[in-house]
Design a protein around this ligand. Structure first.
Ligand code: NAD
Length: 353
């Protein structure tokens, strides 16, 4: 593969452009308007200048990366691409429209990939005339930093196409896990269930924001508390992903907690709207709590459910222990994978109490 197209140049698309250009590919970045293209260009420029100021890239390397990228609003710019990665908003009708358009204007041998977090890759493939060449290629945020990627195949996928994309991801310095098309894939399914559970503890009056966030930072050593993390991901996005998981599993606790939907209904979407579980008008310190007993209770409740969910995923045959561990470490930045936690505490000690 030589030439890569990227559709959608927001947080993820601009990062994906950077990942490919850094590995020496020619990249075409396409968005729906000149303003959206400019935003993508400035996202890339900011990220490269941060890397230069931290001594991770030289000025020459940064200019070399920039010179590999061309930009525009016309899908025909991608007609000779070997792979196109779509990173448009998480809306099925929009992705369907984009894939149908890509199918008609990108050469027939090209692979079309979606960066969707939770939508059905199978349904996206079905709108094209090249279902065997449509795949999920799910990067994590920020794409240039997070090492894990999920390569999602469908019942239609050509095994050579899957292999090519897995090899390509390795060549980009990523660690790919090859999995089937299921809502939430590995990482989002485990992560969003855990985050949703944390909100339910507040909804049910069992705990508070500060106790929960400090419990998971201080006792589990997670880099962020679950409520801080929900604000970062976006409460609207989290609700969308949970709805998709719930539609698949039908398990009541997979449905978005009322503390999430209520906030989304009044426009409190987390950091991006300035208000969520926290308020972002002023910089704030992470929450802390001195309630050691309360923190221990929350930790035990959340970690037991998270580990049980990881075991259920492994036992269903959907993903291996290795891929689940790597996903939670390299995709979410957790200090250890769930099966490493189980090995450390001893499986005979579970559930913790
Ligand atoms: P975003 O809203 O930041 O960016 C979306 C981009 O798509 C914008 O540049 C927008 O201008 C562009 N766009 C909108 N309509 C378009 C069209 N018709 N044609 C071309 N471009 C169009 O979204 P994001 O957070 O970058 O997410 C993009 C995708 O990546 C989603 O599917 C999301 O679920 C997935 N994802 C997001 C994250 C994350 O943490 N944000 C992580 C992994 C995967």
């Amino acid at each position: 593969m030589e030439k890569i197209g990227v559709v959608g140049l927001g947080i993820m698309g601009a990062g994906i452009v950077e990942v490919f250009a850094k590995s020496g590919y020619s990249v075409v970045g396409v968005a729906e308007s000149d303003a959206a293209v400019s935003l993508g260009q400035s996202n890339l420029a900011k990220s490269l200048s941060r890397a230069v100021s931290r001594g991770k890239l030289t000025d020459e390397e940064s200019s070399g990366i920039t010179s590999l990228v061309t930009w525009g609003t016309d899908f025909s710019l991608m007609s000779d691409c070997d792979l196109v990665v779509e990173a448009a908003p998480e809306i099925m009708s929009l992705k369907a429209k984009i894939f149908s358009e890509l199918d008609s204007c990108v050469k027939s041998s090209a692979i079309l990939a979606t960066n969707t977090s939770s939508l059905s890759v199978t349904s996206i493939a079905e709108v094209t005339s090249r279902r065997s060449h449509v795949i999920g290629l799910h990067f994590f945020n920020p794409a240039p930093v997070q090492k894990f990627v999920e390569v999602i195949s469908t019942e239609f996928s050509d095994s050579d196409v899957v292999k090519k994309v897995v090899d390509l991801a390795r060549g980009l310095g990523k660690e790919p896990a090859q999995i089937a098309d299921q809502p939430g894939f590995i990482v989002n399914k485990l992560l969003l269930r855990y985050l949703n559970h944390a909100v339910r503890l507040i909804d049910d009056g069992i705990s508070t924001r500060d106790i929960i966030d400090s419990a998971m930072r201080e006792i589990a050593h997670f880099p962020m508390g679950p409520l801080e993390l929900l604000d970062l991901i976006g409460l609207d996005t989290s609700v969308e992903v949970l709805n998709t998981i719930y539609d698949d599993t039908g398990i009541d606790t997979d449905g978005p907690a009322s503390g999430l939907t209520a906030r989304v209904n009044i426009g409190e979407l987390g950091r991006k709207s300035g208000e969520g579980f926290y308020t972002y008008a002023q910089p704030h310190e992470p929450a802390t709590s001195q309630d050691d007993e309360g923190k221990q209770r929350v930790y035990v409740e959340l970690i037991n459910a998270y580990l049980a969910s990881a075991c259920e995923m492994r036992d269903s045959g959907y993903a291996t222990e290795h891929d689940i561990n790597q996903g939670m470490k390299l995709g979410c930045g957790l200090p250890e994978g769930p099966f490493e936690t189980i090995a450390r505490v001893g499986s005979d000690q579970l559930p913790l109490n």
